[in-house]
Ligand binder design. Structure first.
Ligand SMILES: Cc1cc2nc3c(=O)[nH]c(=O)nc-3n(C[C@H](O)[C@H](O)[C@H](O)COP(=O)(O)OP(=O)(O)OC[C@H]3O[C@@H](n4cnc5c(N)ncnc54)[C@H](O)[C@@H]3O)c2cc1C
Length: 440
């Protein structure tokens, strides 16, 4: 089984507001494909779509339902690049692949937007950019350096804001400056992944939900993916299970550090109250280690989130978002809280995603470190190209062996405890109570 998520997929705001899922009946019987894909998130669905577009026979297996993992639960910030500065990405990845990866992930949101447009995916795309706010003067200097490094690569889409402009753009005086990355956007993530899956279906892929892959075995020159009631034989297998990996392929589950990430959503605020908090309706996240993020959805619900699992189940109450709201946006006053959900992020020790080929014809991409919408879509398309014959030397990342992380359980406990502590303590000052809503 994958990670023990605190919440069900059905707890999320996205589940309540997404268009219906595409048909994905469980697999029954033996089928033949060119490529078998395991995992129905951004990576697997993007791979399925790009393979089907190219005319390949594709069968996608998802243990639960499309978007069950991080893809259906996330905050919906379509960010360009990785968390790290581009210079640092190049340093960590190396000279051969680094510049290619930086350029590809800088452009990856464009791929997301193009797919949304081409397949008319209903996912509330808002191309207002995404703002990152600095909690200290040192952090602001870091953001300015980030913008400068992109500028040196010809990307002028990152705007720097000083304190007054940040306050005007955010509706809060707590930050000393910010950057707005105009390449970035927000979406309804479950709507997007369901839309990708629907597009793959339209292009001819077969989708099977409620179908856990139990084993990947050699069958002559092909592979056989076994399930409880069927099997797929294929020349290639794409394993796109990421932080939700089980024991299917040795060591994969242990190759990322699973960290919880949680969100709360208010009742719909209406245009006047929404203007008090995020006047430009632009998503925001900050520079703290246990980063906070905030955005509005289509119905102008305010969504707040962070890392860790501070309150456990919904019954754990809404103390956390009340405290954060009172500190960040006290002008909003009392609000009701309607949704609380969470999911699991797969971190890698160096914060760089991984490409693996643990056996000839078996392809893996994972470890997006909490930034998977654009990278997952892009690396899914890359795995598709690799299955179709792209040379290993042309990949945007080196192909590395699957490496279980040393002291993984200990590291996980350490991060989880640290994030939980930071989320509990908060760093934003005075507490004011807000009214209880559906979750109180
Ligand atoms: C709470 C949260 C907030 C986030 N916020 C953002 C954000 O704002 N922006 C952003 O870019 N990224 C964000 N992320 C990260 C992003 O959601 C992930 O990186 C991304 O969803 C990973 O996509 P994926 O397709 O690789 O894996 P997943 O979406 O996790 O999909 C893996 C799938 O594999 C399936 N599976 C596992 N084992 C098997 C098996 N044996 N057989 C069949 N199926 C199997 C699982 O059921 C699952 O559906 C967030 C993540 C979380 C959890």
């Amino acid at each position: 089984m994958g990670p023990p998520d605190v919440h069900r997929m059905q707890d999320s705001l996205w589940y309540a507001s997404a268009p219906p899922a595409p048909a994905a009946p469980p697999l029954a019987g033996a089928v033949r494909a060119d490529v078998a894909i395991i995992g129905g998130g951004f990576t697997g669905c993007s791979a399925a779509l790009h393979l089907a577009q190219a005319g390949a026979r594709v069968v996608l297996l998802e243990a639960d339902e499309i978007g069950f993992g991080g893809s259906g639960r996330n905050a919906g910030l379509v960010n360009a690049g990785l968390w790290l500065d581009p210079d640092e990405v190049e340093r960590r990845v190396g000279p051969e692949h680094g510049a290619r990866l930086v350029a590809a992930l800088g452009d990856a949101p464009k791929l997301v937007f193009a797919l949304i447009e081409r397949y008319a995916i209903a996912c509330d795309l808002r191309r207002h950019g995404v703002m990152r706010v600095a909690h200290s003067a040192g952090a602001l200097a870091g953001l300015k350096e980030h913008a400068a490094q992109w500028l040196r690569r010809g990307v002028a889409a990152i705007e720097v804001l000083e304190r007054a402009a940040t306050e005007a753009a955010l509706g809060s005086p707590r930050y000393c400056g910010a950057i707005i990355d105009h390449r970035s956007a927000t979406i309804q993530p479950l709507g997007y992944v369901r839309g990708l899956a629907g597009a793959a279906l339209t292009e001819g892929a077969a989708l099977h939900g409620g179908t856990r892959a139990l084993a990947i075995e050699r069958a002559g020159s092909a592979w056989c993916v076994r399930t409880a009631r069927g099997a797929v034989s294929a020349d290639h297998v794409i394993v796109a299970t990421n932080a939700y990996s089980d024991e299917l392929w040795p060591g994969l589950r242990q190759s990322t550090i699973p960290i919880g990430c949680f969100m709360f959503a208010t009742e719909p605020l209406g245009p006047n109250r929404a203007r008090l908090v995020l006047p430009a309706e632009r998503a925001v996240y900050d520079t703290q280690r246990a980063m906070y993020f905030a955005r509005l959805d289509r119905d102008r619900r305010l969504i707040l989130g962070s890392l860790g699992y501070p309150t456990g189940r919904p019954a754990g109450g809404v103390a956390w978002p009340r405290r954060v709201l009172a500190r960040l946006f006290p002008q909003l006053g009392e609000v009701g809280w309607d949704y609380h959900w969470s999911g699991t992020i797969g971190f890698t020790p160096d914060h760089i995603p991984r490409l693996h080929e643990p056996a000839p014809g078996v392809l893996v991409a994972l470890g997006y470190n909490g930034r998977g919408i654009a990278p997952g879509t892009f690396l899914g398309s890359t795995l598709a190209k690799r299955a179709l014959g792209l040379a290993a030397g042309d990949l945007p990342l080196p192909v590395t062996p699957v490496r279980p992380i040393a002291l993984r359980a200990l590291r996980q406990r350490f991060y989880q405890t640290a994030f939980r502590g930071l989320a509990r303590v908060g760093v934003w000052g005075r507490i004011r109570r807000a009214a209880p809503g559906a979750l109180a």
